[in-house]
Every structure is written in C-alpha cells, then in structure tokens.
Design a protein around this ligand. Sequence first.
Ligand code: ADP
Ligand code: MG
Length: 704
Amino acid sequence: MDGHITIPDVREESENRFRISMPVQYLKGVGPARAKTFAQLGVETVGDLLEYFPRDWNFLPKLIKINQIQPGKESAVIGLVESTDYQSYRRQPLFEAVISDDTGVCRVIWFHGGFLRNQLAPGQVIMVSGKAAVYKHQLQLTNPKFVVLDEEHHRSADYFSGGIYPACKGLSSGQIKKIIGRVHQAADKLVPEFYDKIFMKKANLIGRKDAFKWIHLPPDEKKLAQAKRRLKYDELFLMQLGLALRRYKVQHYSAAQPCICSDEIDSRIRKRFPFLLTEDQNNCIAEIVSDMSRKVPMNRLLQGDVGSGKTVVALYAALLAVANGKQAMIMAPTEILASQHSLSIERYLRNSNVKRVLITGGLTGKKRTELLRRIKSGDVDIVVGTVALLQEDIELRKLGLVIIDEQHKFGVEQRAQLRKQTTPHCLVMTATPIPRTLAMTAFGDLDVSLIKHSPPGRGTVITRRVERKNRLKAYEFIRERLKAGKQAYFVYPRITTVEQDNDVKAATDEWKYLSTEVFPEFTVELLHGQMPSVKKLQVMSEFRKAKIDVIVSTVVVEVGVDVPNATIMVIEDADRFGLAQLHQLRGRIGRGQAKSYCFLFAETDSETAKSRLEVMTRSNDGFEIAEHDLRLRGPGEMFSTRQHGLPDLKIANIVDDFDLLVMARKNAFELVSQDPMLTEAEHKNIRQALLAKFGDALGLADVA
Ligand code: ADP
Ligand code: MG
C-alpha cells in the first residue's frame, strides 16, 4: 500500500454538462426538495455551490507505516484488521482491534467502543489517525479517528480531509460536501482565469481554478492558504472594480456646472468667519474648490469629528456656489439639526445679501407654496432643511451644490436619488470617524477630505465611569457646576419604561425624579424624538438661551446640537450604547473653552461592556474609538455591503484582509482607467464575473 491517497475521482460526473448557471436541482443527489434547502443557504446554481466555501477544514494526515509509529506522536496508518475483541468486563469497557501492514502490527483501542462491534470486523482495511502510546511494551493507538476504506481504498478517505460547511436543518456539512465534491472537480472547465501569468506571479496569486479546487479539498495547509488568498483577492478586486466603475460613470456621464473661485471670492467668503480657519479646514477647502471648478460633479466626503469645524467648510462651499450664481442646498437628518445649521449660517451671514431659507415641517399652506416658488425661481440662494422635507416636492432651477450632513448615518441612498434629477456637486459630511477600511469600501467611490484636528481653544473633556455607590457624589458635583451657571445633558436609552426591561432607565421617569428630587432648584426639561417638533425646537432654543439648566433626553441630542455652555453630560446605562454613539453623544460637550465632564453611569458585570467604557474614559480620539469599535464588533454591524449596493463578501474580511484590499483597490482603479468598459478581450472574464455579481447596475450590459 502506498502512503499517498489519491483524491476521489469524479470524472464520470464532471463532463461538460455542468454549467455555472445550472440550477443545483439538476445535480445528482439534489432534486427539488433539497434545492429548496440549498436556496435557504443562498445556493441556487452550480456557481453558487462552488462559492459556498467551507467554514473550516480537515486535513488528510500524513500516512506512515506501522513500524514508523512513534509513541507520543499523532500517527495515521492504513492496516488490515486482523482481529477484534470487545472487553465489556473491564471497569472501562473497551473495543480492541489488531491491525497489520507489511511492516508490523499495532493494537488499536477505543474505550466504551461497544458500538464498534457492528462496524469493525476482521478482513476490513481501515485508516486510523490518533496519538500513539506504549502500553505493556506494545505500541497502541488510543481512541483514534478511523474510517473503513472501500475496495479502492480511497473513496472514503476524504472523510479525514476537506471542508466543513456551514450547514442547516435538512442539509448536513457532510451532505453539502458530497454534492460540492460532484462539481468541484469540474472547476477546470467552469472557472475562467482573470489575470495573466505575469501579474499572478508578481502578486503572488495562484490560478483561479486551483483556488476553487483547493478551497474545498485542500491537499495541505499551504495550498489552502494560497487558495484563500486568491479567492479573497478576487472578491475584493471585483468589489473595488464595481466602485471604480460607479465612480467612472459619475465622472464621465454626468456634467456639472463649474464653480470657479478667485482671490476676491475667497477673501469675501473668509471675511464672514470671525476666526482664522485651521490648517485642516484650509486643506479641505482647497480640495473642494478644485473639485467644484471642474465640469465633473464633485463627489466628496468631508470627515471630521463632532465640533471639528465641518459646517464652516461646508458653508464656504455653499458660498462659492452662490458666488457663481448657483443655489446650494443643505440637508440634515433631523429638524433640530437643520435649524441648528440654519442658526449658525445666520450667525456667519448677518447683513449679507445671500438669501437663505430654512424649510421646516411647521411651514404649511400658502406660505410654503410661496416659498417653494421662490426657491424654484432661483430667488433663494441657500436652502436648509431635512432630507425628508427636501425630497418631496422641491425644485431648484440653479442648483449647483448639495451638502448632505449625515452625521453618523451612513447611506448612499440619498446621494443616488439626487443624482437622478440633477448633477450638482455633492458634499457629504459625516461626524463618524470612518476607519480606513470603510473609507475604501462603503465610501469607496467618494473622495475623502479629512479634518483631523479641531479648532484651538477647546476645553478638555474628562470622562469617568460612575458606579452606583458614587452616584450621589456625581449629582453633587453636577449641582456645583449648575450653580456656577453651566448646563447639563442627561441622556437615557429609552423614552419610557418597557415592562420587560425594568432595569433600563427611561427619560420620562427619570425626568420626574431629577426635576423634583435631585435638582428641584433648577429648570429641568424633557426632550425626546416623539415630541412634536415645535416643542422640540422650543426646548432647544431655551436651552441655548440658558433658560433651561438641564435637558433630560434620549439620543436626539446626539446629532449636532451646539451649546458651548453645556459642559456636563451624564449618560445613563451607558453600556447600552455603542462606542460610536457614546462618542457622538460626548461630542455635545467640550465645545466651549471650559473644562467639560462626561459621566458614564453603568451597572454592568460584563467584561466587554467594561472594556468598551474603558476605551471611552481613555480616549477622545474618534478614529481610535472607531477602529476599536470595528475590531470589537467586526465589520458586519458598521458595514453592510448590501446597504451600500455592493455584493456580500463571502470569504474576505475588510479588517483582517486590509493589505489585500489595498492591493485590489489599486489594481481595480488602474484597470478602469485603462479599459473603462472592460471591452478588451483579455478582460472578458472579469467583465462577465462583474455582471454576475452586480447585475446591470454598472451599465456594463450594454457592451457585453
Ligand atoms: P462640526 O460641524 O464639525 O460639528 P462646526 O463647524 O459646527 O463643527 O464648528 C464647531 C464650533 O467651532 C463652532 O462653534 C464654530 O464656530 C467653531 N469653529 C469652527 N472653525 C473654527 C476655527 N477655525 N477657529 C475657531 N473656531 C472655529
Ligand atoms: Mg456641525
């Protein structure tokens, strides 16, 4: 017997009749019922089956001869069963077999192996794999894995090797493996190569066919690693190609009105700001000015932590559009934030000729119609409102720039919607620091500008976790600050108490308690998302004027509220919030010169929760916190590929495979710049794979 076991040969099934698009139903051993079960796993075609990757792998152990077995080592041998014996009288009953090959004999025992009486018998050839030991001067394998080999000695040998698949009810990993085994040898015919040999060599990538074969039945660990690397690369490459093409389409099939900046315009705009812009702000503005001067629509993401000065940069862009005779629209996710923007714009534009309006939900009837007419006619320069309001019925004849303040909400839907009607320049602002991985994927078709450092003169924010026993002390500390004229936010995860979850504090209940029992001498007001918007705006306005000392609130204060005199934030049940959200919340304080304090109240025993809160007390750097968040939670929660119109990643992981991602991105963007529609013969296979993944969304079908 030779020590090497050949991989099962399934040639009889691997003829040309397999096609990548063939429904799995027509495979031997599947049928309509099982096809339905496969569909639940997202597998409908032979191609899907090939891409149904194992979650783990077993390896065929290296086979040795019986005389090579060494005590203490994992050993795998093939032998003929000479005799079997079940010793039930022992304290630990055991099943024993003696096996032999042409070099010697070996004892194999299984404790409590009574069930083996029906499985093992003299005359069979078995393969065993386990740890060897010497017992009473005799070599012995104890409780090894084993398989009875058939006449050809190899069919069942891959019991020891190959993939372990994510299974479901009605379809075990073994069954999946068997069915994949039927097609995967056909990979040679089914899987076209994407790249030329020179590139593969340079990039250290194996062939695509081998990758598909080895991922399912890897001959060894090294080949598995190579297969994974190749498949991950392809997946990331196709994703990046999709992004590159999306970007190409925007840049080449839509025209925008150039907005040109001059020294005069520049200095006129800068005079509006009562401070010098920071270096980061200036750099961002330079990038935006360069974008807006072109006929290609700007498609830029402006990233900066809360309070870093994005609004100022955005207003610069808006004024540049206005100086070029265009209209600018600023959209915020909530009404509070829209009015906040409007207020700060008013502050900068006092006595200016620039006509600006704020559209709110409260504006109805004739007044609204009249305002919309004015906006349409071009009589208004800057329109501020919420995303929802502005999407309804608004038309801007001279729209030159759209600014979307997404704050922490990622989303491309609005951007896509906008682009349908017009091709204004587009600037998206986000206060959620986006880790590099996400910037290259979720936002991979945007240019990114970054404000890394906040303007000078910001007071520090001190963050502390407060345990139950120190709660009253914290209240006293806060009382002193309130007496000194400062203001505070108390934030709760819920508006009202939910019966099932009495432990979680609710804003409404706590508001009563805080206003009557804890801080009766101060004005304490409630603010939450379900209040009528007029009431909400009124509370915010009074808080801004310091007529309210304490706001008791839900996460509505998360977004964009800017009251520098508010220097205290208490977050109740802080362990219920995500890190990114906690950071957003905390961004509401520390906006003035004075020192600010953030108290995280949390009664938790969970170590992960504690370590998350610990990150908050340690760091004020949004990027650090976001990276940490990404690592703690994995990319899934922050980054849903579907939400961004990208195909799901099956094998690659944007965090773990960052290096491959970088390489894939570079190569994909290069390819699109050379052969934008992938029409060259050598790119045919890639184009087809893209079409299969993205459908017609990329406009490739017209050339296919
Ligand atoms: P963001 O929109 O990023 O949250 P803002 O643009 O609202 O930040 O700016 C936050 C605060 O910092 C505002 O009160 C603004 O007036 C102030 N600010 C912005 N830029 C500067 C600057 N260069 N120097 C001093 N203060 C600034
Ligand atoms: Mg802002």
